[in-house]
Design a protein around this ligand. Structure first.
Ligand SMILES: N[C@@H](CCC(=O)N[C@@H](CS)C(=O)NCC(=O)O)C(=O)O
Length: 199
């Protein structure tokens, strides 16, 4: 049986999509959550010196979206056709573009607040509008069944709503998608038992 080891900090962050895919597919893996204090020692040993990384029988994969795509491909959560897979990838990149704007590492609190306020006021509404239109009246972003980009969306919206309670409140279809993902039994079970972290 393939041995999976996912290494990240004790956060949902960029590892959570992989954790959702593992949970949904019922695949066991080592959820290796490291302390920030241990990172400087570990960092030089990690390919490309960033987390998360996934070890697959000892082979490292870096980049969170590549990790998610790989496990999704292995478990049939990446879209049914080549076209659907491209749609899933494009949506994931769109969500990632938004998430990557946030100054997660900024130490200056005032500057951080200004950047975040600007994203919520001036950037996020257009992205939300586009995503809501894309979803339309369908159950899932792509095709007839859930894919990993629905998970990625739920993870992103949950974190952004915790930062700005009004985020996506004018987007009922996107909120309904969030609830639909959270209601999947394996995901609900994971949300219930995962470590509680701020991000
Ligand atoms: N594009 C990369 C970004 C990886 C990244 O920036 N990881 C951060 C944590 S979210 C990290 O390793 N920070 C520690 C450091 O840079 O030393 C991905 O999606 O995996």
């Amino acid at each position: 049986m393939t041995q999976y080891k996912l290494t990240y900090f004790n956060l949902r962050g960029r590892a959570e999509t992989a954790r959702y895919i593992f949970a949904f597919a019922g695949i066991s893996y080592e959820d290796n959550r490291i302390e920030f204090a241990d990172w400087p020692t570990l960092k030089p040993k990690i390919p490309f010196r960033k987390l998360p990384v996934l070890e697959v029988d000892g082979t490292f994969i870096h980049q969170s979206l590549a990790i998610a795509r790989y496990i999704a491909r292995e478990t049939g959560l990446d879209g049914k056709s080549s076209l659907e897979k491209a749609q899933v990838d494009a949506l994931a990149d769109t969500i990632n573009d938004l998430a990557s704007l946030f100054p997660w590492k900024e130490q200056d609190k005032e500057k951080k607040k200004q950047i975040i306020d600007n994203i919520f006021a001036n950037v996020a509404p257009d992205v939300l509008k586009d995503l809501e239109e894309y979803l339309g009246d369908r159950q899932w972003f792509v095709g007839e069944s859930v894919t990993w980009v629905d998970f990625y969306w739920e993870i992103c919206i949950t974190t952004l709503m915790s930062m700005s309670p009004s985020f996506a409140q004018s987007n009922p279809k996107l909120l309904a998608l969030k609830s639909r993902v959270q209601a999947l039994p394996a995901i609900a079970e994971w949300i219930q038992r995962r470590p509680q972290t701020a991000l």
